[in-house]
Design a protein around this ligand. Structure first.
Ligand code: AMP
Length: 289
């Protein structure tokens, strides 16, 4: 049994705390903290930012470590669960359970070339040089053989320096590519932050995070409408079945229904046109099935 695994088992026998690794810095840190807060699992001492701290409301201990190290720590059993980027899990080839997709840190691993390059497809990269900090994913996902140029950062500058013909790097808005005179030729992997870990011990914690992630994807919609317009309104919010509540005013009902956050701006004018009034849209705190 690996020393790390023994360490975890003895830690577990000392206490029943679930040990969860969270990124200590970088762009996943603050959204990960916010998710824990929203799940009621902020630090026991508010504002606590030590490298390890117990959480409120559940036997969870948070350990702050580098996002890139988290897949290995989870795989080796140093911690029970971890929040990190799917790209990092895949690059490390970690054999870990993916428990929840967390809805932040979304990005794509794209291949890109200089704007004036004739290259349009992955296949045309065959035999060329590619700079990346994701060598394993390039080998696994790019359908042709390339010569890798290992860099540790500032990948986007490599083509202009003449170090490589192309890059494979994470992209979210595409601004960094544009600023560096680069053009994406396609996506190798879609990534976002994920909770990874031990299915068995991590299940209750995963459920707490899932309830927040699901809630964030929805809004609770309340409106009043003439009873005669109910069918039109029900059609707009389907497949969800709304609650219909009678109001003191005859012929008028209140309609309550959960809708996807992404649909709200499309729904609002359509509901108004269908005769809805006093429309309220409120955030949802937790959602469990
Ligand atoms: P950092 O610690 O700031 O380097 O965070 C890196 C992680 O943030 C990556 O492994 C991705 O999972 C995620 N991420 C989301 N968008 C981007 C982006 N545009 N560039 C780099 N990382 C991103």
């Amino acid at each position: 049994m690996a020393a790390a695994r023994r360490g975890r088992l003895s830690a577990r026998s000392r206490s029943d705390f679930l040990r969860v690794a969270v990124p200590v810095k970088g762009r996943l840190r603050e959204p990960a903290f916010k998710l824990l807060e929203d799940a009621g699992l902020g630090p026991e001492q508010p504002g606590e930012r030590a490298l390890a701290f117990p959480c409120r409301n559940a036997p969870v201990e948070v350990l702050l470590v580098r996002a890139a190290d988290i897949p290995e720590y989870v795989q080796d059993g140093v911690v029970d669960c971890g929040i990190t980027g799917l790209d990092l899990v895949r690059e490390r080839g970690a054999r870990v359970g993916e428990l929840v997709r967390l809805g932040f840190g979304s990005c794509r691993l794209d291949a890109a070339v200089l704007d004036d390059s004739p290259v349009q497809t992955f296949e045309e990269l065959a035999g060329s040089t590619v700079a990346t900090v994701y060598p394993h994913l390039v080998r696994e996902l790019l359908p042709v053989d390339v010569q890798l140029v290992d860099v540790t950062g500032s990948v986007e500058i490599a083509p202009r320096l003449g170090l490589a013909d192309a890059i494979v790097d994470l992209v979210s808005s595409g601004n960094t590519l544009r600023t560096n005179g680069l053009r994406s030729i396609g996506t190798l992997l879609e990534s976002e932050a994920v909770l990874i870990g031990d299915e068995e011990h991590g299940a209750p914690f995963a459920a707490m995070l899932r309830a927040v992630v699901e809630a964030r994807r929805h809004r609770y919609l309340m409106l009043n409408a003439p009873e005669s317009q109910l069918q039109a309104i029900e059609e707009l919010v389907q497949p969800r079945v709304p609650s219909i509540i009678p109001l003191a005013e005859p012929g008028l009902v209140a309609v309550h229904v959960l809708v996807p956050s992404a649909d709200v701006w499309r729904l609002l004018p359509a509901l108004e046109a269908a005769g809805a009034s006093s429309i309220l849209i409120v955030p949802v705190e937790r959602m469990a099935s």
